[in-house]
Write a protein that binds this ligand. Structure first.
Ligand SMILES: NC(=O)c1ccc[n+]([C@@H]2O[C@H](COP(=O)([O-])OP(=O)(O)OC[C@H]3O[C@@H](n4cnc5c(N)ncnc54)[C@H](OP(=O)(O)O)[C@@H]3O)[C@@H](O)[C@H]2O)c1
Length: 293
């Protein structure tokens, strides 16, 4: 079965499932884990300059022996070092990744920059030069999107956000704003309701829907898979990670499952809206200095 893809506002598509090298692999050599993901069949790789391991992605891609066209590679902008340009940082990323272009380049967070408009103009230049096929942002709220969109020549294609049922309600304003410009949300931290906030009101709903889906296909469906189906139903690519090949198989298996019904989706929306839990960028969402990526 071909991997699922989601169309973007720049005419390209993005594979629905990604393997991330932040969080569990943050600042760690990750070639082995990335190769395991590639060999399992996940060729959408989510990196970032600040993760300190872009070279691991490059090494794993090179060692896989697969052609460049098989991969969808993302990296994200860290703080721009004094005296450097955005392009300088991308040239350095591409050297580490051993690639001539990235499929997606994102401003990692608005908090790294004082003049978002000027940074976005530089990011637009990357697309014009072919160094990034798709450009976008991450951790942007409405006010940040407004700041760049009014002056933009190219509308961002992506906003990569923490997205799961426990931030569903809090994230609605930015999701609605993005609809006006066909900006796709991609999700990190999507499994948080079961991995970081287990014991909440969503557990029983996920188990019930998982049991229903499992009965239908004659093979168990986990709560994590139901969370990823919820993302898929909303056309939101899932950026996850794992050090276990069985878990990667579980993520890939989601692509073979049926869509959630509108009722199942709404039940998760409604129960998720009853509580608020955010892992990254806590109370003020993006302003917390201690936020980790
Ligand atoms: N743009 C940003 O600011 C930003 C911020 C955060 C993350 N990200 C990106 O998103 C990627 C994924 O983020 P995430 O780790 O938060 O994703 P996630 O999908 O919420 O969680 C994946 C983690 O959950 C564990 N897991 C999965 N199923 C589990 C289960 N049933 N029980 C217990 N543990 C389970 C996995 O560990 P095992 O190894 O045990 O399977 C893995 O470490 C990052 O690596 C990074 O690329 C971006």
């Amino acid at each position: 079965m071909a991997p699922l893809t989601i169309p973007l506002n720049d005419g390209t598509t993005i594979p629905w499932l990604a393997f991330g090298t932040g969080t569990a692999l943050y600042n760690k050599e990750a070639k082995k884990e990335v190769l395991v993901a590639i060999n399992a069949g996940i060729h959408h790789l989510d990196g970032a300059q600040v993760y300190g391991n872009e070279a691991s992605i490059g090494d794993a891609i090179a060692e896989s022996g697969l052609p460049r066209s098989d991969f969808y590679v993302t990296t994200k902008l860290a703080q721009i070092p004094q005296g450097k340009t955005v392009k300088d940082t991308v040239v350095e990323s591409l050297r580490k990744l051993k690639l001539e272009y990235v499929d997606q380049f994102l401003i990692h967070t608005p908090k790294y920059h004082t003049n978002l408009k000027a940074v976005w103009r530089e990011v637009e230049g990357l697309k014009k030069e072919g160094l990034a096929k798709t450009i976008g942002v991450s951790n942007f709220q409405v006010k940040h999107l407004e700041e760049i969109i009014h002056a933009a020549e190219i509308i961002p294609a992506i906003n990569q956000l923490e997205y799961h049922p426990y931030v569903f309600k809090a994230t609605e304003p930015v999701i609605q704003y993005q609809k006006r410009f066909n900006i796709v949300t991609t999700s990190f931290g999507g499994l948080s309701p079961i991995t970081r906030f287990a014991g909440g009101p969503i557990d029983a709903v996920l188990e019930k829907i998982g049991k229903q889906l499992g009965d239908e296909r004659g093979k168990p469906v986990t709560s994590g898979q139901v969370l990823q189906l919820w993302l898929r139903k909303k056309n939101i690519p899932a950026i996850s990670t794992s050090r276990k090949v069985e878990r990667l198989q579980e993520y890939l298996d989601v692509e073979t499952l049926r869509d959630l019904s509108p009722q199942e989706e709404k039940e998760i929306d409604d129960v998720g809206s009853k509580v608020h839990h955010r892992v990254f960028h806590q109370a003020k969402w993006i302003d917390e200095e201690s936020a980790k990526f």
